[in-house]
Design a protein around this ligand. Structure first.
Ligand SMILES: *[C@@H]1O[C@H](CO)[C@@H](O)[C@H](O)[C@H]1NC(C)=O
Ligand SMILES: *[C@@H]1O[C@H](CO)[C@@H](O)[C@H](O)[C@H]1NC(C)=O
Ligand SMILES: *[C@@H]1O[C@H](CO)[C@@H](O)[C@H](O)[C@H]1NC(C)=O
Ligand SMILES: *[C@@H]1O[C@H](CO)[C@@H](O)[C@H](O)[C@H]1NC(C)=O
Ligand SMILES: *[C@@H]1O[C@H](CO)[C@@H](O)[C@H](O)[C@H]1NC(C)=O
Ligand SMILES: *[C@@H]1O[C@H](CO)[C@@H](O)[C@H](O)[C@H]1NC(C)=O
Ligand SMILES: *[C@@H]1O[C@H](CO)[C@@H](O)[C@H](O)[C@H]1NC(C)=O
Ligand SMILES: *[C@@H]1O[C@H](CO)[C@@H](O)[C@H](O)[C@H]1NC(C)=O
Ligand SMILES: *[C@@H]1O[C@H](CO)[C@@H](O)[C@H](O)[C@H]1NC(C)=O
Length: 368
């Protein structure tokens, strides 16, 4: 017998009424027991939660209903994020004290883990997090985590965004991380105490668009392989101990918009090939030990708004075609060893931008 249109409508109405009257748990769709245990394991290691962010994490209720938890249609936990965010007069209240429980590694269906900005999470990142092989987003930034980046992270092959910045993470950047994280688009390890070189294997994560490694203690040269990152728009490596010269392979960074290399120990001259970075808007190279002349090819960077070269050892004349870059608003070559006549068209650039060179002259400085 065929079900009539009316019967179908009635059936759907009954389903709707049923689903309104009973929570999903009434149909046995409570969260997976192992997932629940893993989450309670996390809660057990939180020693202070003054804002009650985990108040809804009650063992007698369905964990899919807890604050900050997202489940898929099979009631597996796929998202864990800072729960119960309240926007008070002092901004987001996300304070939480404690350590990261290894039990979170049992959430094998997890796609998003956001425990950033809880400010007082201490201890190391459990190597068990390497079991989260479906993870797309891992945000643990702005805490007080110590220890090193677990080598088990090489198993996180689906990871797209990794934010571990503004902690106290030490050790080196494991090269295996880049060799395995082929889906990675955004990496932030800023504001830690990482040391050692930037791995040459960085180009294996070929989809990277943003790299933030500033404010660490990284040393050694810039890997020339970095030039293969065609999608990279944002490169932030300032405030480290990076040595050597800017590799000519940088010209391969065809999407690069902002490049922060200031406050390092870079030597050598700017590569001529820098002129091919036609999308670049900001180039920050201050406080290094760069020598040689400013390549005239910088004049090709028509979208450049910020060019910061203060406190280097650049010499020779400022190329004439540089200062007719019409978008340039923030320009500083002070404290170098430049000489000769300042090119015309400098109306908007203050004299201080040319201060303390060996022999620059012409407006806005005294005439030659
Ligand atoms: C958990 O929920 C039950 C039932 O809603 C309640 O009786 C109990 O007090 C709660 N436990 C905690 C620790 O909040
Ligand atoms: C999990 O988080 C992602 C990214 O924020 C979001 O798009 C998705 O809707 C969330 N899923 C669930 C079930 O909460
Ligand atoms: C992970 O789950 C297994 C199996 O349920 C359990 O034996 C183990 O103790 C859990 N690991 C942690 C760190 O909680
Ligand atoms: C990582 O993956 C390898 C196999 O690719 C496996 O042997 C190892 O146990 C995994 N480690 C973790 C922490 O899951
Ligand atoms: C940074 O590295 C240098 C050696 O390269 C070392 O002398 C210094 O103590 C390190 N600083 C920190 C804060 O780790
Ligand atoms: C400069 O920027 C504009 C708009 O942002 C863009 O359309 C143009 O392609 C850029 N120029 C070059 C040479 O990339
Ligand atoms: C800058 O202006 C000079 C003439 O002053 C011109 O020859 C040169 O082509 C211009 N360069 C750019 C990049 O516009
Ligand atoms: C400055 O440049 C001149 C050549 O233009 C060179 O003779 C001199 O040694 C340089 N001074 C410094 C401090 O580098
Ligand atoms: C000018 O340069 C010298 C040598 O680099 C430096 O010692 C001095 O502090 C600089 N003066 C100013 C005003 O920046």
């Amino acid at each position: 017998m065929e079900v009539s249109v009316d019967n179908k409508a009635l059936f759907h109405l009954m389903l709707l009424l049923l689903s309104l009257s009973f929570p999903p748990s009434a149909f046995g769709l409570t969260c997976h027991a192992g997932d629940k245990q893993a989450l309670l394991g996390f809660k057990a290691r939180i020693t202070s939660d003054p804002s009650g962010l985990l108040n809804s994490w009650n063992s007698s209720t369905d964990c899919c209903s807890w604050g900050g938890i997202g489940c898929d249609s099979s009631s597996r936990v796929v998202n864990v994020s800072r729960s119960g965010l309240t926007s008070g007069p002092f901004g987001l209240d996300t304070f939480m004290k404690g350590t990261l429980s290894p039990s979170l590694g049992n959430l094998t269906f997890l796609q998003l883990l956001d425990l950033s900005d809880l400010k007082e999470l201490t201890g190391h990142i459990p190597p068990e997090f390497g079991k989260l092989t479906r993870l797309n987003y891992l945000f643990l930034d702005s805490n007080k985590l110590t220890g090193s980046i677990p080598t088990t992270f090489r198993n996180l092959s689906q990871l797209k965004e990794l934010y571990l910045g503004y902690n106290q993470i030490s050790g080196t950047i494991p090269s295996s991380v880049f060799e395995s994280l082929r889906s990675l688009t955004e990496l932030s390890l800023s504001g830690n105490i990482l040391s050692g070189p930037i791995p040459e294997s960085i180009d294996t994560s070929s989809l990277l668009t943003m790299i933030y490694l500033d404010g660490n203690n990284l040393s050694g040269p810039l890997p020339s392989s970095i030039g293969k990152l065609k999608h990279l728009t944002f490169l932030s490596l300032g405030e480290n101990q990076i040595t050597g010269s800017i590799p000519s392979s940088f010209s391969g960074l065809s999407s690069l918009e902002y490049c922060f290399l200031g406050n390092n120990k870079l030597t050598g001259s700017l590569p001529l090939s820098i002129g091919t970075l036609s999308n670049t808007k900001g180039l920050y190279l201050q406080n290094n030990r760069l020598t040689g002349q400013l390549p005239a090819t910088i004049g090709n960077l028509v979208n450049l708004t910020d060019l910061l070269l203060v406190r280097n050892k650049l010499s020779g004349a400022i190329p004439g075609n540089l200062l007719n870059l019409t978008a340039l608003t923030y320009f500083d070559v002070s404290n170098n060893n430049l000489s000769g006549m300042i090119p015309p068209h400098t109306a908007n650039i203050p004299a201080s931008a040319f201060k303390n060179n060996s022999g620059l002259c012409g407006a806005p400085l005294p005439p030659c």
